[in-house]
Design a protein around this ligand. Structure first.
Ligand code: ADP
Ligand code: MG
Ligand code: ZN
Length: 629
């Protein structure tokens, strides 16, 4: 995709250059100086005296031009002149006004061969668009028509300049219903009303109820926003027009607005229907007050706003939009009558994950009973798309292994693949490195298990992954957590510090293996201080504004520089506290640390059960385990 986009742009530039060059050559060959044929050039002082004597009728002032075009006489007596280079004359406008010269009007083109003039001047454009169209067609053929959205924007007259390229799929044909969306019950509930409205707009109109023109689906990537929008169309049995915000961005000035206009025109003809604007943040970003405005995006946005205000809702057009950066949207989009309804589409919880896994597992042939709940427990934070991907990876794995059915092992293996990447065979660790990684991972696991409230470990492995990880410790959540206490955050930080702490304790050295742990621990500590009001120093003071909540962004600081320094000190203290906790926990349990690390080094992958069996074996070294487990 990336590559094709790139090639297309390159070829377009080539087309444009060839087109323009051809046009210019043709023009000079066919009719040298066609435009200037009747234009007489006079000196600037002559021009001024002509103005003063009242001869001059119209003057064309073009900023950036070093010459001035003007006319004398009226009707058939009109003569066109051009001045020589003129000085920067600030008195000119005043002078023109005094002599009653019309200087805002255009010079009438007296050329008798207007058509030729037009043809020759339009030649580059025609070649450009024609070429673009041909290219477009070729690309579409190459890509297969299913993907026409990326190219449907079209560059050609032939492709229909101003056609929105919004693909229309008959509602019945989206083939998606609410049954295809697992979990997300609240979102479905909010959307059910829209479905009802689309099915029977008159009933709402009779009573005088106004339905929202638009609803905004907000949530992290891969949670099913696009899927839900399609399901609404499918449920209501209405056509579904979709377009993605990012398509507007690449367009020529004015094309985006034309596309929006056309999109709504089509929708108006096919109402009741759904208009879906994916990634609306690409067009709907806050308009900045500064000078550096993006005209194209702004025009498109303005057109969108006016269309949303303008359409007649009795017909039953509902505009749905999706974004994962709601805070970056222009306020104007969120006003009543526009996207005034906001439907959160959050990451699935434990039950949601299980439901999504089951739903997608329906599409593949499974071997025997699979414990989906166990898999759901191992995948906190996974999106619907991640989970769908896991099932597919499992199916691929089964095929690779020459089996006809997917097993639980396939799925468990693919969980690792989706979370940490494929196993990387080319990375061969030395025995010493293996030992270091074993201690590192065991360090994480022991700190996690020994602390109160920490989810037990489900798996530890030291098989290198394509993601760059040399090993990982997978934690399972025994139950869904909606609130996290300060203690729990502190424990999380300690667990993240556990890897490095083990290395320090056993080898007296530090390795690069802890980089990712450090980053994550710091992020948690920073959020505790700046966003969650969990530091003694600042208490409940907001020190930053959340950025891109759904994309895992932190906070942009909204405090003075002095405070920023104090924040850093607080963050450092929190991480250090976790580090000390980890060191102490591991020191207290160093016999278990040795035993488990060596076992792991030998086996390379061990389950949570094996880990817990060794850790809790009553040999006089077993830690005091918290009851909460
Ligand atoms: P978004 O638009 O929020 O980024 P999508 O709707 O494109 O996410 O989801 C991508 C894919 O992930 C879907 O096609 C579907 O296969 C799967 N998926 C995501 N969420 C769900 C869900 N709640 N139920 C079933 N499948 C889901
Ligand atoms: Mg999407
Ligand atoms: Zn680590």
């Amino acid at each position: 995709m990336e590559m094709n986009e790139h090639k297309r742009r390159q070829s377009l530039i080539v087309y444009a250059i060839i087109g323009i060059a051809l046009g210019i050559t043709l023009r000079t060959l066919l009719y040298p100086n066609i435009v200037n044929a009747q234009v007489e050039t006079v000196s600037y002082s002559k021009f001024l005296s002509m103005v003063d004597s009242g001869e001059v009728e119209q003057v064309e002032l073009t900023t950036g031009e070093s010459q001035i075009k003007f006319t004398t006489g009226e009707g058939s007596d009109t003569k066109v002149y051009k001045t020589t280079q003129f000085p920067n004359d600030v008195t000119l406008v005043e002078r023109l006004e005094k002599n009653d010269v019309d200087f805002s009007a255009k010079i009438p083109d007296s050329s008798g061969e207007l058509w030729l003039y037009l043809l020759i001047n339009l030649m580059p454009l025609i070649i450009f668009f024609g070429g673009g169209w041909l290219l477009n067609r070729k690309l579409r053929k190459q890509m297969g028509d299913d993907n026409n959205m990326s190219f449907g924007g079209g560059f050609g007259l032939g492709g229909g300049l101003g056609r929105s390229g919004a693909k229309e799929v008959k509602g019945e044909e989206t083939g998606v219903t609410f049954r295809d969306v697992a979990g997300q019950d609240e979102a479905k509930e909010s959307l059910a009303e829209i479905v009802g409205f689309l099915k029977n707009p008159d009933r709402y109109a009779d009573i005088g109820a106004k339905l929202p023109h638009g609803a905004l689906l907000v949530g992290p990537p891969g949670t099913g926003k696009t899927l839900l929008a399609k399901a609404v169309a499918g449920e209501a049995g209405v056509p579904f027009f979709s377009i993605s915000g990012s398509e507007f961005v690449e367009m020529f000035v004015g094309r985006g607005a034309a596309k929006v206009r056309d999109l709504f025109k089509q929708a108006n003809e096919k109402a009741p229907c759904i208009v879906f604007i994916d990634e609306i943040d690409a067009v709907g970003k806050k308009r900045d007050a500064g000078l550096s405005t993006n005209d194209e995006r702004e025009q498109t946005l303005n057109q969108l706003l006016s269309e949303m205000d303008g359409f007649d809702n009795h017909k039953g057009i509902v505009v749905l939009a999706a974004t994962n950066r709601p805070d970056s949207l222009d306020q104007a989009l969120l006003r009543p009558g526009r996207f005034d309804r906001r439907i959160p589409v959050e990451l699935p919880d434990l039950a949601g994950r299980e439901a999504i896994l089951k739903l997608h597992a329906n599409d593949v042939k499974m071997e025997g009973a699979v414990d989906f709940s166990a898999i759901a427990r191992q995948t906190p934070g996974a999106s619907g798309a991640d989970l769908a991907n896991m099932i597919n990876e499992a199916a691929l794995r089964a095929v690779r292994m020459g089996r006809r059915r997917v097993t639980q092992t396939d799925i468990l293996e693919s969980v690792d693949v989706v979370i940490a990447g494929e196993k990387k065979k080319s990375t061969v660790l030395s025995e010493h490195e293996k030992e270091v990684v074993s201690y590192h991972e065991t360090g994480h696991a022991i700190v996690a298990a020994v602390q109160d409230g920490k989810s037990p470990v489900s798996k530890i492995t030291i098989v290198p992954r394509t993601s760059g990880a040399l090993g990982f410790t997978m934690q399972t959540e025994s139950e869904e957590r909606y609130l996290t206490t300060r203690e729990e955050y502190k424990q999380e930080i300690a667990v993240l510090c556990g890897g490095r702490a083990a290395e320090e304790l056993i080898f007296g050295q530090m390795t690069s293996g802890a980089a990712n742990d450090i980053e994550r621990a710091t992020k948690i500590a920073r959020a505790m201080v700046t966003q969650l009001g969990m530091s003694d120093r600042f208490g409940m003071m907001a020190l930053g504004e959340t950025q891109n909540r759904y994309l895992g962004g932190g906070a942009a600081l909204t405090c003075s520089e002095g405070t920023a320094q104090q924040i850093d000190a607080e963050v450092q203290a929190l991480v250090e506290e976790g580090h000390q906790t980890a060191l102490k926990t591991l020191r207290d349990n160093r016999f278990k640390l040795h035993e488990i690390a060596h076992y792991l080094q030998k086996k390379e992958t061990i389950t949570g059960e094996e880990f817990m069996n060794i850790l809790t074996r009553d040999d006089g070294f077993a830690p005091q385990m918290p009851k909460a487990q």
